[in-house]
Design a protein around this ligand. Structure first.
Ligand code: FAD
Ligand code: NAP
Length: 318
């Protein structure tokens, strides 16, 4: 194993939260080290048009935006490692992180920006049409289906909210749920059922996403009735999978407070965790907004809070 290196700020994750934390920490002269993980650039590296990141009049490409963020972080002195943190000890300071490539990093503070991953149905056809009509983010991709037909899969709060949101854009929304009852809250269910553009199809599962290849686009879904076993085809131009997300918190499991869904718990209005010197930013601690701009905003907060922690400025809270 390599000689341990020391850093004042170790940033784990290279999405908008990680790179924004890096820009702020680097400009505060803290010489941060950022470990990119298996997905350099994070979730936006697997999308195409981004139309809601402020500052760009025209749509921009997700991978391009993330390259810009990396370049900005490096320009001010961030050391970016193409590596994965495989182990971290948060019990003693300085914290010790070990990477897959064998590096050992001792860090006075840690910004955890490991993001979250959408759950998918696991169908080969779903993967085939990802980004070409299959999405897990209505806020991100809904606009591409203006006045078209879309389907939403799931029965929780996210599915209900996404269906209502999409009904404001699309011509028709069909919500497909595998059971005969939604788990979404009553208030969301009322909004859902009172919306004339939304139809709810209970007791159905998606067996295949149907579509064309040239150009690649979704045309519908092959469904199966859970109770009657009957196969049906639903016309749809887009399908939004809303069956939950998994925050990437395996690394810190048992060392940091997480909620019952595994999201890191942060103090209200802050990125501080219950471990002094450890801050969490972006989707790993946010199950509400899950947007690039909110992740970037909390990355900024994390770096500012880390800097204040390092300089001994008392911050309110835990
Ligand atoms: P992520 O982007 O999830 O990045 C997490 C990072 O952590 C990755 O770099 C990963 O490699 C790293 N990591 C994880 N574990 C480790 C480890 N052990 N060691 C080192 N690194 C690790 N939002 C919008 O605002 N507009 C959009 O148009 C939009 N489109 C989207 C399209 C798609 C297909 C998807 C999936 C999401 C989209 N989003 C969009 C949501 C947006 O991408 C996320 O909200 C945002 O990326 C969250 O940023 P983050 O920095 O918290 O984490
Ligand atoms: P969730 O509550 O876990 O619901 C997931 C839904 O997807 C469930 O209805 C589930 O079906 C279904 N599902 C799971 N796996 C599936 C599969 N393989 N195939 C088909 N369907 C599948 O997830 P969520 O809706 O994303 O919500 C996550 C958390 O965030 C919840 O605590 C929620 O309350 C919260 N949230 C809150 C708000 C709000 O307050 N406004 C908004 C969004 C999310 P079953 O019902 O059969 O299990």
């Amino acid at each position: 194993m390599a000689e341990p290196r020391h850093t004042r700020v170790l940033i784990i994750g290279s999405g908008p939260a990680g790179y924004t934390a890096a820009v702020y920490a680097a400009r505060a002269n803290l010489n941060p080290i950022l470990v990119q993980g298996l997905q350099p650039g994070g979730q936006l590296s697997i999308t195409t048009d981004v139309e809601n990141y402020p500052g760009f009049k025209e749509p921009i490409q997700g991978p391009w935006l993330m390259e810009q963020m990396q370049g900005q972080a490096e320009r001010y002195g961030t050391e970016v490692l193409f590596d994965v943190v495989t182990d971290i000890d948060l019990k003693a300071t300085p914290f010790t992180a070990v990477t897959d490539g064998g590096a050992v990093v001792k860090a006075d503070t840690v910004v955890l920006a490991t993001g979250a991953v959408a759950r998918w149905l696991g169908l080969p056809s779903e993967r085939h049409f990802m980004g070409a009509g299959v999405s897990a983010c209505a806020t991100c991709d809904g606009f591409f289906f203006k006045n078209r037909k879309v389907a939403v899969v799931g029965g929780g709060n996210t599915a209900a909210e996404e269906a209502v949101y999409l009904a404001g854009i699309a011509a028709k929304v069909t919500l497909i749920h595998r059971r005969d009852r939604l788990r979404a809250e009553d208030i969301l269910q009322r909004r859902l059922f009172s919306n004339p553009k939304i139809e709810v199809l209970f007791d159905h599962v998606v067996e295949e996403v149907l579509g064309d290849d040239d150009p690649k686009r979704v045309t519908g879904l092959r469904l199966r009735g859970v109770k009657d076993g009957v196969e049906r085809t639903l016309d749809a131009d887009g399908v939004f999978i809303a069956i939950g997300h998994d925050p990437a918190t395996e690394l810190v499991k048992g060392q940091i407070e997480t909620d019952d869904e595994g999201y890191v718990v942060t103090a209200p209005g802050s990125t501080r965790t219950n471990v002094a010197g450890v801050f969490a930013a972006g989707d790993v601690q946010d199950k509400t907004y899950r947007q690039a701009v909110t992740a970037a905003g909390s990355g900024c907060m994390a770096a500012l809070e880390a800097e204040r922690y390092l300089t001994g400025v008392q911050v309110r809270g835990w």
